[in-house]
Ligand binder design. Structure first.
Ligand SMILES: Cc1ncc(COP(=O)(O)O)c(C=O)c1O
Length: 376
């Protein structure tokens, strides 16, 4: 089989009826199928969609030891008119390849990516519900699979995509702490890509902050520990006296798709948006001067999570939290776009193309989003 074919093998009995969409626990319940592809001899092959099951991986697969592991996270929604859409897949695709390049892993051809996503989504379509702001989280990932120990760039990889239903990520407002000891990323490092190591590195400081009663930490730059970077799996935004301020993309924070979308929405709503460095000292001074301050984290999983308090050098400061806040206005517009309630002026929503197929079909793609069944 070559890289323009996807072999489909469907599950005998879907697990969807066992799933409670009104009480979603994120991350534990994958949908019925997984997409997989192998990279071998410098090309992608063996593209397949099969029932979700464990992978078989050698204990000496390079990716388990030396960190060549990259992922993405995006969402599909069911619009009010019942259509299923994916939010800004192209931007996620660009970021995936940027991450792969930085980690010396093979980039994914666009056709492979889009056809894998749309074929999988068509099969898992019934898992995308329009209930209480729920969505279907899509997790593309790649890991080095070459079997050998020794620090080297792998010659073999596995690319996969799994999906899981998602409700609200953080259901209550967040208490955060400005971190001035540990760093998440450094200049010239991998802070602006989505590689697994960034997350492993952040566990200890976050765990310590949780022991102190915080939900998350606000990372600061690794040199002066002064300038705010991001928080958990979110970019951060502050509003000081009606001006929206968010740290710039200087290479140590992720270029978040939600951040980018909200900046556009905010500018469309005529808010002033400043992408600039903001130090915790500036923030502290603004609190001391009794300025009107909002803070929120933004990301695909969290959408917008309000930060209700910030600890700076062990002093706790409280932000403005109310339903008329700028954060709530931005969140409403973003959610309205994603549900199809207002016009998608920026063309962020991508519909899935449907095709007919039966179990055990092989589908061939000629152009992105166009699929032909060629074999049974
Ligand atoms: C470290 C980090 N920062 C920011 C974000 C937000 O990015 P996005 O809006 O693309 O989900 C994420 C989530 O992917 C993340 O893991």
């Amino acid at each position: 089989m070559n890289s323009s074919l996807i072999k489909i093998r469907k599950i005998e009995q879907s697990r969807i009826n066992e799933f409670d969409f009104n009480n979603i626990i994120f991350g534990k319940n994958p949908t019925d199928h997984i997409f997989l592809a192998d990279y071998h001899n410098k090309e992608w092959s063996n593209l397949r969609i099969e029932p979700f099951s464990n992978l078989s991986l050698s204990p000496i697969a390079l990716g388990l030891h030396y960190g060549q592991s990259v992922f993405e996270g995006m969402k599909a929604y069911r619009l009010n008119n019942n259509e299923v859409v994916v939010f800004r897949p192209e931007k996620h695709y660009e970021r995936l390849n940027k991450s792969l390049k930085r980690m010396c892993m093979p980039e994914i051809p666009h056709q492979l990516f889009s056809n894998a996503i749309y074929t999988l989504l068509q099969i898992e379509e019934s898992w995308v519900k329009n209930i209480n702001g729920s969505s279907l989280y899509i997790r593309p990932f790649m890991i080095a699979t070459e079997e050998r120990l020794g620090v080297k760039i792998s010659d073999e990889y596995l690319f996969g995509i799994v999906c899981m239903p998602m409700g609200m990520y953080y259901s209550s407002n967040l208490k955060v702490k400005v971190e001035t000891k540990y760093s998440r990323a450094s200049e010239g490092g991998t802070g602006d890509v989505k590689c697994a190591g960034n997350y492993g590195n952040s566990f200890l400081p976050t765990h310590l902050a949780k022991q102190e009663g915080f939900d998350q930490i606000l990372w600061t730059d690794s040199i002066q520990h002064e300038y705010i970077e991001e928080s958990g799996t979110m970019n951060v935004m502050f509003v000081i006296d009606d001006v929206i301020i968010t740290p710039p993309l200087t290479g140590t924070i992720l270029d978040g798709v939600t951040r980018d979308s909200l900046i556009k929405i905010a500018k469309d709503l005529n808010f002033i948006v400043e992408e600039r460095k903001i130090s915790y000292k500036e923030l502290e001074l603004a609190f001391i001067q009794n300025k009107k301050i909002e803070a929120f984290g933004v990301g695909t999983a969290a959408v917008i999570s309000i930060i209700e308090s910030i600890s700076i050098n062990d002093k706790l400061y409280h932000t403005i939290v109310n339903p008329t806040s700028i954060a709530c206005k931005l969140k409403k517009v973003l959610n309205d776009i994603k549900s199809g309630s207002i016009q998608d002026k920026n063309n962020w929503l991508r519909k899935i193309d449907y095709f007919t197929h039966e179990d055990d079909d092989i589908v061939e793609f000629k152009d992105s989003l166009k699929l032909w069944i060629i074999n049974k």
